[in-house]
Write a protein that binds this ligand. Structure first.
Ligand SMILES: Nc1ncnc2c1ncn2[C@@H]1O[C@H](COP(=O)(O)OP(=O)(O)OP(=O)(O)O)[C@@H](O)[C@H]1O
Ligand SMILES: [Mg+2]
Length: 421
């Protein structure tokens, strides 16, 4: 007897998270997965390996090897699409190979604009969209002069890092020492972008594009920690925004994506509402991190991850209307030794708590939060109204306490990530 022929469309993905493999298969795809074992734990990758129809590994730091691996896997397994919605560092390479084999869903150039903050600023300037003063600087030594030219306060960011790593608000002449110590921690020498400091509330816009049309899924408000770093303290979905502002934020986002030539899939665009109107911070050709897809699901019922693969399979999801508010807050405790943790079980048991994760345990040494990755955990709650969601979140933060060097510290203490929800 011959085996039945597998007629599923063949989706070859670079670093697909576990749930992406499952959700793509649910939409009828054969899924091949290419991963760098350095990027996730062996247990996590065992799960991906078990789920995927084919699993291949490569060291993504070696770009030529990564390209060769994608190319060979695509040919061997007759991939109909190469797709990458993982971390941005390797996206351009994946899209270039896809383009070479003519199985891309986006022009590689569109993805290059989105993954390269400098290229994006140049494109926006050329199109007269979202004017922001900026200067690109090749190495560390050129940054102080660029800050002087842009004018303080200025935002200095490593062009090639993500996750808020090394993004710094340069306020005083004397900030040079603090900033130098920060970039040294990341062993990063350049390139950098120095930008004018955009003041105002910050939002992120989730979109799903199809055939170059960009559908707005929702807008999330970002809660920031204390300067000079820009570590996210939390997010609220949907963002409380008056309708005219909402429209302006949506319009700017779709103009950016169109200017880049983006055609298919999710984008996560960060926008600050300044006195002069909305300004783009950055945009990435993937979903938002920080559990934003979960907030959207709680608030609207839409599984945005599933919607990507449904759309790829030819059935785009309908509009997502928010009927509740969902909030995520991240924990940031002061450095020291953890003696005891109080209130965790009780908080986790509250019926409106959707997720609660604390990365600290008795006996651990707490290290200071300096970027998204080093935060100490998070809680997600939802409520029927924005007020209810905020109250519930405040209740959890007040209930959770970590005793550090003999001193009880509540999760809502006025620490590195601020106190207000
Ligand atoms: N020009 C600016 N003016 C004001 N704030 C800024 C500016 N640029 C960046 N920020 C702040 O710093 C945060 C991180 O910057 P950006 O998004 O460019 O870097 P990132 O490392 O990709 O961050 P993440 O991965 O956390 O989104 C922004 O979300 C915003 O809060
Ligand atoms: Mg960002």
């Amino acid at each position: 007897m011959t085996a039945p022929v597998d007629v599923r469309p063949r989706l070859l993905m670079v670093m697909p998270y576990r749930q992406f493999v499952r959700k793509a298969q649910d939409e009828g795809f054969w899924v091949g997965a290419i991963w760098d074992p350095r990027l996730e734990s062996p247990e996590y990758l065992d799960d991906v390996r078990a789920l995927a129809d084919v699993f291949v590994t490569a060291d993504f730091r070696d770009e030529a090897l990564l390209r060769r691996t994608i190319r060979e896997a695509a040919k061997e397994h007759r991939a109909s699409v190469i797709y990458h919605i993982g971390r941005e560092e390797t996206m351009a390479a994946a899209y270039e190979v896809a383009e070479e084999l003519r199985i891309e869903v986006n022009p590689a150039e569109a993805v290059r604009f989105l993954t390269d903050k400098h290229a994006m600023r140049d494109l926006l300037a050329e199109r007269g969209l979202s004017p922001v003063s900026f200067e690109a600087v090749a190495t560390r030594g050129g940054v102080p002069d660029a800050v002087r030219r842009i004018g303080r306060p200025a935002v200095v960011k490593p062009t090639a890092l993500a996750g808020s790593r090394g993004v710094f608000l340069w306020q005083e002449e004397t900030d040079l020492a603090v900033w130098t110590a920060l970039v040294e921690q990341y062993d990063y020498d350049g390139p950098f972008l120095v930008e004018e400091y955009l003041r105002g509330p910050e939002y992120s816009v989730e979109t799903l594009s199809r055939d170059g049309e960009h559908r707005i899924v929702g807008i999330t408000e970002k809660l920031l920690g204390a300067p000079p770093l820009f570590v996210e303290a939390g997010h609220v979905h949907p963002a409380p925004l008056p309708p005219e502002r909402r429209q302006a934020v949506e319009d700017l986002t779709t103009e950016l994506l169109t200017a880049c030539g983006y055609r298919f899939g999710p984008a996560h665009t960060e926008v600050i509402w300044t006195e002069a109107g909305p300004r783009i911070v950055e945009s990435q050709a993937r979903l938002g991190g920080d559990r934003i897809p979960r907030l959207i699901q709680l608030a609207t019922g839409l599984d945005i991850e599933q919607a990507i693969f449904a759309s790829l399979a030819g059935t785009p999801a309908g509009p997502a209307e928010a009927t509740a508010t969902a909030v995520v807050r991240f924990f940031a405790f002061p450095p020291g030794h953890v003696d005891e943790i109080r209130g965790l079980e009780k908080a986790a048991g509250l019926d409106y708590v959707d997720e609660l994760s604390l990365k600290l345990h008795p006996g651990d040494t707490v290290t200071e939060v300096r970027d998204s990755k080093s935060r100490h955990g998070h809680v997600i709650v939802s409520g029927a109204s924005p007020g209810e969601a905020r109250r519930r979140c405040a209740e959890v933060l007040a209930a959770l306490e970590v005793v550090i060097d003999g001193t009880p510290v509540r999760a809502d203490h006025a620490g590195a990530l601020g106190a207000a929800v």
